[in-house]
Design a protein around this ligand. Structure first.
Ligand code: GDP
Ligand code: MN
Length: 382
């Protein structure tokens, strides 16, 4: 689960990390009031759960409360990467003399969290990693020992931080680590952490990703979920207990089992196609779950064909077929569907689908090839 910038920064503040004074506004009028409270010069920041807000015009400086009102009007009517801006954060503006990157994420290979810092902050860290990887300083954190003072000091030195800031930087790094650990986060990031022209350190931006599997023990954090802005497909998927991730391709996939889903995606790619999603309906899915999954796939306008790959074990193929029929009846898709059913009650399942105008396949390779062919323009590969 992603948190908004303002939510992440509020959490950071509880761990002793300095953040700018500011509040959330949902109207331009509120933005003006907040700007008056903050003394005039503010930055208006769209709160949407995507990156690159700055580049999209979703972050702008306002010189006075009137300006703040006008800019807030504009930003509140924007869409950024398809997401409507419903809230803006109005923060007191900072005069920046240096932008630093500081973040923590899990390093799966090392089986430990890793703290990363860079003197090249402000820009996307992926970009820094690509062009000047030597500018990223890393240190692994032992989850039982926590972040040690010497590690924070090593980072300070590594990023050429002036000595006068070391103490506060250690405190910030430590706060970020505790926030990360306490919230069961998978990412906690400050980009930029700035040195202001009057030599203060402030977290101007904040980002946190929380582990969905641990949310059950964080009722307060679970309530921060922004249903308004999250993709509706993902909300639907969660409601039915489906594991769903949208991807950029055009072949919709419905599979039971995460490993089988990965394999299916790999084989689609092997034959030159691109999957539109990862979708695991799990073991023992009933027809209602299958129907929900099918509807989620078919509402993606990029989907030009669907590949169903069901290995019936606990899951019964006839149940799956019934779910597909329910979904087809409701959604009336125009895209070709390739289905491969094997295992428990496969024959009954196939019988049910006989009249549904589906392309059947016997093996996974056969199914993938048929799906790839189905999305190719007429004439190519047919
Ligand atoms: P992001 O684009 O979504 O990562 O949003 P950020 O909050 O990181 O803002 C992007 C950039 O806008 C920062 O790196 C700063 O350069 C600039 N910016 C943000 N807040 C302020 C501010 O208060 N004053 C000034 N001068 N620049 C700011
Ligand atoms: Mn940023």
């Amino acid at each position: 689960m992603k948190l908004h910038e303002y939510q992440s920064k509020q959490i950071f503040a509880r761990y002793g990390i300095p953040i700018p004074k500011g509040r959330i506004a949902t109207t331009a009028d509120e933005a003006r009031t907040i700007a008056i409270e903050l003394g005039g010069r503010v930055v208006i920041k769209s709160q949407v759960l995507v990156g690159g807000r700055g580049k999209a015009g979703g972050i702008r400086l306002a010189k006075d409360p009137h300006d703040a009102e006008e800019i807030a009007t504009q930003i509140l009517s924007m869409e950024i990467k398809g997401l409507p801006v419903r809230k803006v954060l109005v923060d007191e503006a900072a005069n920046i003399s240096k932008e630093i990157y500081l973040g923590i994420t899990n390093d799966r290979a090392a089986r430990k969290p890793v703290m990363m810092a860079s003197s090249a902050g402000g820009v996307e860290i992926e970009e820094v990693a690509r062009t000047t990887p030597e500018k990223i300083i890393k240190t692994h954190i032992d989850p039982l020992l926590g972040l040690k003072d010497y590690q924070a000091r090593d980072i300070s030195i590594g990023i050429d931080l002036p000595k006068q800031h070391w103490k506060l930087f250690s405190q910030i790094a430590n706060g970020l680590w505790r926030a990360y650990q306490d919230c069961d986060a998978t990412l906690a990031e400050i980009n930029p952490l700035v040195i202001t022209d009057d030599n203060r350190l402030i977290a101007l931006d904040g980002k946190m990703l929380l582990d969905d599997n641990a949310l059950f023990r964080h009722q307060d954090l679970a309530e921060l979920r922004d249903l308004d802005i999250e993709a509706s497909a993902e909300i639907e998927a969660r409601k039915y207990g489906l594991s769903f991730i949208k991807l950029d391709g055009d072949i919709g996939c419905m599979v039971n089992g995460a490993g089988l889903a990965m394999t299916t995606m790999d084989i689609i790619k092997l034959f030159g196609g691109e999957p539109a999603n990862f979708l695991d309906i799990g073991g023992g899915a009933g027809s209602d779950k299958v129907a929900a999954a099918m509807k989620i796939i078919l509402t993606d306008p990029n989907v030009k064909a669907v590949l169903l790959n069901i290995f019936g074990g606990i899951t019964r193929c006839d149940e799956v077929a019934r779910g597909i029929l329910v979904a087809l009846d409701e959604v009336k898709p125009k895209v070709p569907m390739v289905v491969r059913l094997v295992g428990t009650n496969a024959e009954e399942g196939r019988q049910l689908l006989l009249d549904a105008n589906m392309i059947t396949a016997d093996t996974l390779a056969d199914a993938a090839q048929k799906a790839v062919r189905a999305v190719q323009p007429l004439g190519i590969g047919r």
